[in-house]
Design a protein around this ligand. Structure first.
Ligand SMILES: *Cc1c(COP(=O)(O)O)cnc(C)c1O
Length: 236
């Protein structure tokens, strides 16, 4: 597909890659330490197709039904090129279904979803890499996440669930907070986590508005939506 929308996506993708490169240079980090996950929630399957044609591999979705429907719309040859990250809140009755298509789940925040995620992954004949989502606000702003105090127990449960691989932590900077401080906190939680789970090295932090602060704090994955796709349309 090459049309005006493709050109727009290409230009914005280039601009975001430039921001990431500049942030990596400022932080003295190699640019390939940081992976861009393009968050396509609320945008149509045709945009996923365009992004895949532009070389994007990692995309993120936050709603189960929407994600499954969009992936089913893509030609198999396009779907195969994408690595799909699930980043939304997980209802436990949807967890098994999410694991049937997601290649990574970044938003695991309670033990109840571990068994159904593992079941979905094993039914698909693979191990599912998961991130634990941390609630950095600690005041239940409704954006999901496990409280830092409960992280060690959840990590232990995740690490001992067959079918899942604990790969790291994910967080959203709290509203009205300094993102730099929030991401430093996440980095220190990651360091503590790695004392018990040395393989859990990944840190997913940073969105369109705060990716520079996330790179400075050591993020390995950035989740960028609106800076590439534009303002989100109303949910369907
Ligand atoms: C929507 C969303 C993003 C992307 O946010 P933008 O500000 O559009 O870049 C990142 N992470 C999560 C968890 C999201 O739900």
């Amino acid at each position: 597909m090459t049309d005006a929308r493709t050109t727009q996506l290409a230009d914005r993708l280039t601009a975001v890659h430039q921001r990431i490169a500049a942030a990596c240079a400022a932080a003295h980090r190699p640019v390939d330490d940081v992976r861009l996950v393009v968050i396509t929630k609320y945008f149509p399957a045709t945009d996923l197709h365009r992004l895949a044609d532009l070389g994007v591999i990692d995309i993120g979705e936050s709603r189960d039904q929407e994600a499954a429907a969009k992936l089913a719309e893509l030609p198999a040859s396009v779907r195969e090129r994408l690595r799909v990250h699930f980043i939304g809140q997980i209802q436990s009755n949807k967890a098994r279904h999410i694991a049937a298509y997601a290649d990574r789940v970044q938003s695991v925040d309670r033990a109840k979803v571990l068994a159904p995620l593992a079941r979905g992954a094993l039914e698909r004949g693979r191990v599912l890499p998961i991130f634990l989502q941390v609630d950095l606000a600690g005041d239940d702003q409704g954006r999901g996440g496990v409280l830092p105090a409960k992280l060690p127990a959840l990590a232990e449960a995740a690490a001992t669930t067959e079918g899942l691989e604990l790969v790291g932590l994910m967080a959203v900077a709290p509203l009205h907070a300094d993102p730099a401080a929030a991401f430093e906190r996440l980095a220190s939680l990651s360091q503590q986590l790695r004392a018990d789970h040395p393989g859990a090295t990944l840190i997913s932090a940073g969105m369109s508005g705060d990716l520079e602060q996330a790179v400075a704090a050591g993020a390995t994955h950035l989740r960028v939506g609106s800076a590439i796709l534009g303002d989100r349309p109303a949910p369907r």
